[in-house]
Design a protein around this ligand. Sequence first.
Ligand code: NDP
Length: 340
Amino acid sequence: MFGLIGHLTSLEHAQSVAEALGYPEYANEGLDFWCSAPPQIVDSFHVTSVTGPTIEGKYVESCFLPEMLMNRRIKAAIRKILNAMALAQKAGLNITALGGFSSIIFEEFNLKDNNQVRNVSLEFDRFTTGNTHTAYVICRQVEQASAQLGIDLSQATIAVCGATGDIGSAVCRWLDQKIEVKDLLLIARNQERLQALQAELGRGKIMELEEALPQADIIVWVASMPKGVEINSQTLKKPCLIIDGGYPKNLGTKIQYPDVHVLKGGIVEHSLDIDWKIMQIVSMDVPSRQMFACFAEAILLEFEQWHTNFSWGRNLITVNKMEQIGTASVKHGFSPLLSF
Ligand code: NDP
């Protein structure tokens, strides 16, 4: 059995879907209440591979909200993730994906040093960040969506916002090794990490966001922002392909501008329907088939019986591992989302 640990995108989102999640009593409660709420298993479902087998999964709502990071409720955020992991392990889930901010909090606050959660000793090989599959899917979206829009990658400048992150650095490695692209613009705040990435790649220009965006034919957003930023579409190149892989979304508003095309990044579509309700709650356009690529990684690991933390640690994702999980993804019937 596999599991998915997820969270909602904001307090407002949590209040609006509390009833559907199974706790109507939370609908009018504020952040304090969500800080003290325990994790819950709120969905059980089955996924069938196009190769035949059906597996069973559960969704664990951690009750973490991004406002906890914005309001310095760090201890609460940490407790949410560790408690959700303990619940997943106690429920007998063999492999569980740490969705959205779950893996970011795990790494940022070194939770591997905290493996005892009351009477549960966390076994970290039961968990995966899902970032290898997410990075693979985003790269395939770059390749396939640019072809749809007539953007020639060999002449294209690609800006990666969040380039030094786990997903961002893997995307940069793929773009460097697998595709011929004209220029790579590397964006993040920490200069040391940017320089280390540039040295590793042997290429890429380090830039501020405002300077980079107007130069980019393609923008890959994979920054860990608790709240999205507003950008001025007028300043962007036309055509421009934006792949927003953040959760919550890195873009603050819905862009509707001629020749600026925004694709939901790191989302896959399965070839067969899934009997879950959770993807409706997180507003997928086709909830019975679409999901976050990190969640799909746990599904793939269960189909393949690779009960191991396939994606773990930070900035260790190789192109080989992206190809390996990508092969499993295609084999079991997943494809990257390509509809704008
Ligand atoms: P990491 O924490 O590893 O990396 C985040 C990156 O964003 C770093 O380069 C960081 O660098 C940069 N960053 C953070 N804040 C800013 C900012 N204000 N301006 C510019 N850069 C910034 O995160 P992950 O790679 O694990 O995840 C990235 C995003 O992808 C997250 O939003 C996450 O929720 C989402 N995600 C999506 C998945 C999916 O299935 N679609 C799966 C997993 C994650 P610095 O701090 O130096 O600025």
